[in-house]
Design a protein around this ligand. Structure first.
Ligand code: CUA
Length: 371
């Protein structure tokens, strides 16, 4: 957005001010300065607001993160090489088909010239293919090195992501923060790198982690740890999927990576570290949550709910979606989820708890306070 910082109207007396004082006098006398200051404050405030742009591109051709860019570059090289080979082969084939097609009549009895042991032809179809393969092998090896063994800054953030049927457990060991399905990472800068390493594990079966605009696919394998990293260049909400068929709700095991400015990211971490305050108004909901053994599967910081089978709900209300991206996190969907999770996500591992309307209402009110 273009902004007119001078409000278009200079004041007459300013013109007469000696040049060396002009800067000073502009600040002192220009009534627009207040407006400029207010705008600056607004801009600063905006910097800490979250960018809600949805980045949903599900292919590799619009990379917005360092490793995705590296993969994109090698893909272009391989695709271009293959396209040139295809054009040459298909071109020669088409030429031969047309030029030497059966013309009928006299040439039916003639055999084409038979060429044996031509060194030139033998070299032509062995040396260039070998060179092409060698070049691609070398470039690929270098790319694998860059992606698998990156030289990350020593202060790189680390996020542990554990795949479950059918949701993602997300842990920030350095900050003692646990959340689910929505992964917040800081924005990087080409001049001052801020990288985030993902440590990928699985609690049950093999899952696949893929956010195409951030990096390639990586598997989450039981009893094994894989790592990958992201270094996003734009803020926003990046969408991704589980890429390995892991059961009935594999298709609804969605990923949201929320890229924030470093300031907003810190603010989010601080919010997540805090224990949600015990709201007296929703005490009944908290009691019902524990009494109906929701706490056997879910953890809510500062309460007796300490379960580990389902997503941590300490700051549930701060999330955008529920059921690992299956629906927006609003009152209507949450009510449906509490009445019967199998309605929104058939086959998910949370059973219908057969709660009464009153119980649903009080637990819903309680969960909505967990900001
Ligand atoms: Cu997890 Cu598919």
């Amino acid at each position: 957005m273009e902004m007119n910082w001078n409000c278009g109207s200079r004041h007459k007396h300013e013109r007469q001010t000696p040049v060396r004082f002009r800067r000073f006098s502009l600040i002192q006398r220009n009534p627009c300065t207040l407006g400029v200051a207010a705008l600056t404050l607004l801009t600063l405030a905006n910097a800490s607001a979250q960018d809600s742009t949805i980045r949903a591109i599900q292919n590799i051709f619009d990379p917005l993160s360092a490793p995705a860019e590296i993969l994109y570059r090698i893909s272009l090289l391989v695709l271009a090489t293959c396209a040139i080979i295809f054009l040459i082969v298909a071109g020669l084939l088409t030429y031969a088909i047309i030029r030497y097609r059966r013309k009928g009549g006299a040439d039916d009895s003639e055999e084409p010239p038979q060429v044996y042991g031509s060194a030139a032809i033998e070299l032509a179809w062995t040396v260039p293919p070998i060179l092409i393969v060698v070049v691609l092998v070398l470039v690929t090896a270098r790319t694998i090195g860059e992606i698998q063994k990156p030289k990350l800054p020593t202060d790189a953030e680390q996020v542990r992501i554990i795949g479950h049927r059918f949701w993602w457990e997300v842990r920030y060991p350095k900050y003692d923060v646990v959340t689910a399905n929505e992964i917040h990472v800081p924005l990087s800068d080409r001049s001052k790198r801020i990288a985030t390493e993902f440590v990928l594990e699985s609690a049950d079966v093999i899952h696949g982690f893929w956010v195409p605009q951030l990096n390639g696919k990586t598997m989450l394998v039981p009893n094994h740890t894989n790592t990958m990293w992201v270094e996003p260049y734009k803020t926003g909400i990046y969408l991704g999927n589980c890429t390995v068929l892991c059961g009935a709700q594999h298709a609804n095991m969605l990923i949201r990576v929320i890229v924030d400015t470093p300031e907003r990211y810190q603010q989010w971490l601080n919010e997540q570290k805090a224990t949600p305050s015990n709201d007296q108004a929703v005490e009944e909901g908290q009691r019902q949550f524990i009494a109906n053994s929701c706490g056997a599967c879910h953890d809510i910081g500062g309460t007796n709910a300490k379960g580990v089978f389902g997503p941590d709900l300490t700051h549930f209300a701060s999330r955008q979606t529920l059921g690992s991206g299956v629906a927006a996190n609003n009152e209507e969907n949450l009510r449906s989820w509490l009445q019967d999770p199998q309605e929104l996500k058939p086959g998910c591992l949370m059973p219908n708890m057969k709660l009464g309307d009153k119980q649903v209402q009080s637990i819903l009110a309680y969960l909505r306070t967990l900001k």
